[in-house]
Design a protein around this ligand. Structure first.
Ligand code: FAD
Ligand code: DHB
Length: 387
């Protein structure tokens, strides 16, 4: 088989890239290791930037987001048993939307089906060959080896994928920081704590009250990344969450059985450059941010913006976009890496903080409350930096 762009990974970045290129008349095949149900069962990101909304609309997959998503024009920051609001709309003129990654992915699969896009599921042992010459990709399915010849390969296969690992070690520079804790998250059919998100700094650790819709809440608390999940019964989770939120919020919170519960480690990771000959790496395959501030999915989508633009221009005879893909994408990645690191550091308790460290964080939160300049810096980054 032959295609113009072989896309490894059928998560949000691979599917959106395929959708945009198909609409521009460029042929793609998506190879996904898992089943569609498995991909759709993963609970991940929940907040989309304006640029992400625009990308989804332009790709023809924004309709359900626009009717079912919830626009948020601000967020609450809590500490010392009280909270204040940062008004994104007043400070930047922009909003974000609460619309889960699961829904984005479902809309993308539906759109790929409607257009007759090719997504191969349960593609095992995907391998990338000759990215420096005449590229092709091989994989196994139903006990047979298949081969796809292509012009370009887009590695959209997440942090644990094969694409980044295909790039020789002396070409790729990686930088990484792991954080000494994880996020324990639950999903429950309960009314969200507030109509907007609450990010809480507390002596016992960070907590976040988020949501997916009017009867579906998503909560996270900072917890040791290696804590066994059995330790966190639903009651233990709700008790700990309530201790960390302002008491008026905690008293009013609706609790109920969890329908999903998991612990994720936190890390910052960047691999550069994001191109090696005819292979591009996109989204989590190239970079990871800690979740505080909800940048991971949004960064994957901005990478797709730069790469789809570069590929469309390439087939129209202009290589500049592709030649500058890595540079353009990384400039935005580094800024989001800084913001996610800053917001994570400000809101979490680190073992080395001590009394002084925690006082510095509380002083910074007080400053944020009182300074329009500081709030503007936060809001500008939260709603998403321009492409
Ligand atoms: P992915 O969504 O990881 O998609 C990659 C796809 O490639 C997957 O479907 C995978 O099955 C497939 N694949 C992997 N290896 C291969 C292979 N060898 N061959 C073929 N296919 C392969 N972000 C937020 O903003 N907020 C959050 O709350 C949040 N929570 C998260 C929780 C977890 C547990 C994780 C892992 C991430 C979370 N993120 C969150 C980050 C966000 O979900 C990611 O940034 C986003 O999914 C990136 O999209 P992607 O398409 O680049 O990668
Ligand atoms: C969610 C995750 C985040 O990392 C964040 O900053 C806000 C919301 C969420 O999953 O709802």
């Amino acid at each position: 088989t032959r295609t113009q762009v072989c896309i490894v990974g059928g998560g949000p970045s691979g599917l959106l890239l395929s959708q945009i290129l198909h609409r521009a008349g460029i042929d793609t095949i998506v190879l996904e290791r898992r089943s569609r149900d498995y991909v759709l069962g993963r609970i991940r990101a929940g907040v989309l930037e304006g640029g992400t909304m625009q990308m989804l609309r332009e790709a023809g997959v924004g309709a359900r987001m626009d009717t079912e998503g919830f626009l948020h024009s601000g967020t609450y920051i809590a500490a010392r048993n009280r909270s204040f609001r940062v008004d994104f709309e007043a400070l930047t003129g922009k909003q974000v939307i609460v619309y889960g990654q699961t829904e984005v992915t479902k809309d993308l699969y539906d759109a790929r089906d409607t257009m007759g896009g090719v997504v191969v599921h349960e593609a095992a042992n995907v391998a990338i060959h000759d990215a420096g010459g005449t590229p092709y990709v091989t994989y196994h399915r139903d006990g047979t080896e298949h081969r796809i010849d292509c012009d370009w390969i887009a590695g959209c296969d997440g942090f644990h994928g094969v694409s980044r690992k295909t790039i020789p070690q002396d070409v790729l520079r990686t930088t990484e920081r792991t954080y000494p804790f994880g996020w324990l998250g639950i999903l429950s059919h309960t009314k969200p704590a507030d109509h907007e998100l609450i990010y809480a700094n507390h002596d016992r650790g960070f907590a976040l009250a988020s949501m997916r819709n009017a009867n579906l809440s998503r909560y996270y608390i900072q917890a040791p990344a290696d804590d066994p999940l059995e330790k966190w019964t639903d009651d233990a989770f709700w008790d700990e969450l309530r201790r960390r939120l302002p008491s008026d919020v905690a008293e009013a919170i609706e609790t109920g059985p969890s329908i999903e519960k998991s612990i994720a480690p936190l890390r910052s990771f960047v691999a550069e450059p994001m191109r090696w000959n005819r292979l591009f790496i996109v989204g989590d395959a190239a970079h990871i941010v800690p979740p505080t501030g909800a940048k991971g999915l949004n960064l994957a989508i901005s990478d797709v913006h730069y790469l789809s633009d570069g590929l469309i221009r390439h087939y129209a005879g202009d290589d500049e976009g592709l030649d500058r893909y890595s540079e353009h994408a990384l400039a935005r990645v580094w800024k989001a890496t800084r913001f996610s690191w800053w917001f994570t550091t400000l809101m979490h308790r680190f073992p080395e903080d001590g009394h002084f460290g925690q006082r510095m964080k509380l002083a910074e939160i007080d400053y944020l409350e009182g300074s329009r300049a500081a709030q503007t810096v936060m809001a500008e980054n939260y709603v998403g930096l321009p492409y």
